[in-house]
Design a binder for this molecule. Structure first.
Ligand code: FPP
Length: 290
C-alpha cells in the first residue's frame, strides 16, 4: 500500500514523496536526536529559546506524521542527563515548554490513540513536569496506536546502570539460595531491564543538524538501526524532510551482519538484536516509573 492512502499531502512535494513511500517497508520504530534549535535561532538573530519553540512545532509535525503512517513507536530525545549543564534560564524554559506542550497537545495525542511513554530518570525532573507527565501517561495508558516515547533526563549509560542495578535487585530479592552467586546474564535479561522494555528496538535513527555523534542515546537499542544524519536543523525538519528520510530508509539493505542474499527483504522489523517483544507496551524507568 502507498503511504498516500494514509496521509493527505500539503503540496506537490509531499504528494510525490508519499507516492513513493510503501507502508509495508516503513520502520516500526523511529528514534530522533532533535538537534540544531540553537543554531536555527542564531541564524535568525533570535534568542536560543526561540529555536526551542520552533522545535516544538517540528516535533508536533513529526509525531502526527509518524502516527498517521501507523509506526509502532517514535522516540524523541528531548532532554539528556547532560542538558542540565545549560544555563538555568534555558533549562527552565525547556521545562516550561514541555508543560505547555503537554497541556495543549495531550488531548490531541489521546484522540489519536497515541500512547505517551517517558524514558529516563523522571525522579530528578521538577515536580510540575513529573506530575504532568504522569497524568499524560495515565490518560493514554490504554491507547493502542503509536507509542510516543519522550526521552527526558535520559542518558544511555545511566539507563544501563539502572538496568544492571534493577537486575541485581531482582535476583537479591529471590529466596532461591545462591541466586546471586549463580547469576549469568544474557541479552534478553538486559533488554528486559532497560527503560524501553517491551518496545521494539529502533530500526531507524535520525539526527538533525549534521553532527556525527550518538550523544549517549539508546546505545544498546540501536545496535542494528540504520543511521540517518541530515544537515537540516531540527526546526526546519518538516514533513517533507521526514518523508525523504523514510524513503532513504526504504532504499537501505539491512543485513544484520549476514549476507545480502541471506537477509532478503528484512523490512519485517525483526532482527537478531530485537529481543524485545514488539508492542507489548510497558515502557518504564527504574527510578520513577513512566
Ligand atoms: C537541541 O537543540 C534540542 C534540544 C535540547 C531538545 C529540545 C527539543 C525540543 C524543544 C523539541 C520539543 C520536544 C517535545 C517532545 C515537545 P540545541 O539547543 O542543542 O541546538 P544547537 O546544537 O544548535 O545549539
Amino acid at each position: 500500500m502507498k503511504a498516500s492512502k494514509l496521509l493527505e499531502p500539503a503540496d506537490k512535494v509531499e504528494a510525490s514523496l508519499l507516492e513513493k513511500l510503501e507502508v509495508q517497508r516503513l520502520p516500526r520504530h523511529v528514534a530522533i536526536i532533535m538537534d540544531g534549535n540553537g543554531r536555527w535561532a542564531q541564524k535568525r538573530h533570535l534568542p536560543r529559546i526561540a529555536g526551542h519553540s520552533a522545535g516544538v512545532r517540528a516535533a508536533r509535525e513529526a509525531i502526527e506524521t509518524c502516527a498517521r503512517l501507523h509506526l509502532s513507536a517514535l522516540t524523541l530525545y528531548a532532554f539528556s542527563v547532560e542538558n542540565w549543564r545549560r544555563p538555568k534560564t534555558e533549562v527552565n524554559f525547556l521545562m516550561r515548554l514541555l508543560r505547555e506542550y503537554l497541556k495543549k497537545e495531550l488531548p490531541v495525542i489521546h484522540e489519536n490513540n497515541i500512547r505517551l511513554l517517558v524514558i529516563g530518570r523522571p525522579a530528578e525532573l521538577p515536580d510540575g513536569v513529573r506530575s504532568d507527565l504522569e497524568r499524560g501517561i495515565e490518560l493514554t495508558s490504554k491507547n493502542t496506536g503509536m507509542k510516543l516515547v519522550v526521552a527526558l533526563n535520559y542518558g544511555a549509560r545511566a539507563e544501563l546502570v539502572d538496568a544492571f542495578n534493577a537486575l541485581l535487585d531482582g535476583v537479591r530479592s529471590t529466596t532461591t539460595n545462591g541466586a546471586l552467586a549463580n547469576l549469568r546474564v544474557n541479552e534478553q535479561m538486559i533488554s528486559d531491564h532497560l527503560y524501553t522494555a517491551g518496545l521494539p528496538d529502533p530500526d531507524f535513527l535520525i539526527r538533525t543538524s549534521g553532527e556525527l555523534r550518538i550523544s549517549n542515546f539508546l546505545l544498546w537499542q540501536i545496535a542494528y538501526a540504520e543511521l540517518y544524519v541530515t544537515d537540516v536543523l531540527w526546526p526546519d525538519f518538516n514533513r517533507a524532510r521526514l518523508l525523504e528520510a523514510l524513503l532513504e530508509y526504504q532504499s537501505r539493505e539491512r543485513r544484520y551482519g549476514g549476507l545480502a542474499s541471506e537477509s532478503g527483504d528484512s523490512y519485517t522489523g525483526s532482527n537478531p538484536g530485537d529481543s524485545n517483544s514488539a508492542g507489548s507496551g510497558a515502557s518504564r524507568s527504574n527510578s520513577g516509573r513512566s
